[in-house]
Design a protein around this ligand. Structure first.
Ligand code: ZN
Length: 360
């Protein structure tokens, strides 16, 4: 059992954390595949199944529920009422029993119009309790090349015991994907995505950090809880360490480019229930800009981040074209950066770590 199915935390909190994780994986894979259109949430759920089947069960239970009809509610209540200590009766069992009874009657006389209608309702309710089907058609195929190369182990020390999956991409590229989730968090503070690009021919790497936060009604309170301290930490560790600048310490370079900002806030919509439609909000706000907004505003919204945020439509392309995100670093510089910054130590957040590796 992981955080996602731990009753100690409110279902609402877990559901929205799950949605952030889903968005992080979706964004990483869309970026790696250069799809121009994000992959679908359905495809992302299938991918989570491939990464970790247990976590998939928990996440799909929180997010991929079908519409809860009155009959579903009825059978849930009935099953709960019939369950006595230690002996749990599932809604499916109750439905199957009642369904059998009706079908036996109808088998003798097919003209019973209302009974037939009720049979259809029961069957639909039974369908609700079936687990989501994972598609056979995979969005990514596994690759085993990197695993056989002992010389590729950048940031491996960070995740000694965590599992990863390598996937094939086009153009001699491989995507190493990790979905990290704390089992016993003191307090989950959301999800983040670390996206790195490695070039094994030049031995250089670039990175990007996206911090996911749920905003309600398109507004994020910048002083609530520990949000402010998290952003300040990111700003101190990344922007203020010079990662918003080029190698000469300038925010702009000779060529045409955005500043080298490498840490962004990604607001995600608030998900009310398991059968809510999943929609994403598309903006990326550089963390140093978030803090500037905070100087004069209580919360961040679409209006006050206008002109400071990059839409999802162009973000991937700008990153891939080296127009935003960190500069190219040597593997050693990147390792030293990770070693010196506690921001990447993994304790109380769900993390998607994606490493895109170009082989030659
Ligand atoms: Zn910055």
């Amino acid at each position: 059992m992981s955080y996602f199915s731990d009753d100690e935390y409110s279902e609402d909190l877990r559901r929205n954390s799950a949605f952030q994780a889903l968005n992080a994986i979706r964004e990483a894979v869309s970026l790696a595949k250069r799809t121009h259109q994000p992959i679908t949430y359905e495809q992302t759920l299938d991918l989570i199944h491939d990464l970790n089947a247990d976590v998939y069960e928990e996440i799909s239970d929180l997010l991929a529920r079908k519409n809860e009809s009155d009959w579903v509610k009825f059978f849930k209540e009935k099953a709960a009422a019939l369950s006595i200590d230690g002996e749990e009766i599932t809604p499916s069992e109750v439905i199957e029993k009642e369904l059998k009874e009706l079908e036996e009657i109808v088998a003798k006389d097919k003209s019973k119009r209302f009974l037939n209608k009720r049979i259809l309702n029961y069957k639909a309710a039974l369908e609700y309790f079936q687990p989501r089907k994972v598609s056979e058609h995979k969005i990514l195929n596994r690759d085993f090349y990197l695993a056989e190369r002992p010389d590729f182990k950048v940031s491996e020390t960070l995740y000694k015991d965590d599992e990863y999956v390598d996937y094939k991409l086009q153009d001699d590229r491989i995507l190493r994907l990790r979905l990290l989730h704390p089992d016993k968090p003191e307090h989950i503070i959301g999800a983040d995505l670390i996206y790195e690009q490695f070039n094994l021919a030049t031995n250089q790497a670039r990175f990007l950090v996206l911090q996911y936060k749920t905003w309600n009604m398109s507004s994020l309170n910048l002083s609530s809880g520990n949000i402010a301290s998290q952003f300040e930490k990111l700003d101190n560790n990344i922007c203020k360490s010079g990662f918003c600048s080029n190698s000469k310490g300038k925010r702009t370079s000779k060529g045409y480019r955005f500043p080298y900002c490498s840490a962004f806030l990604r607001p995600t919509s608030y998900i009310v229930s398991g059968d809510s439609k999943l929609v994403s909000t598309g903006i990326h706000v550089p963390i140093c800009e978030v803090l500037k907004i905070k100087e004069t505003n209580k919360s961040l919204n679409k209006k006050n981040s206008k002109g400071k945020a990059i839409s999802y439509k162009i973000f991937d392309e700008l990153y891939v074209e080296n127009m935003l995100g960190s500069r190219w670093l040597t593997f050693k510089e990147l390792e030293e950066f990770y070693d010196s910054k506690e921001i990447l130590s993994y304790t109380n957040r769900i993390r998607v770590h994606a490493q895109e590796v170009k082989i030659d």
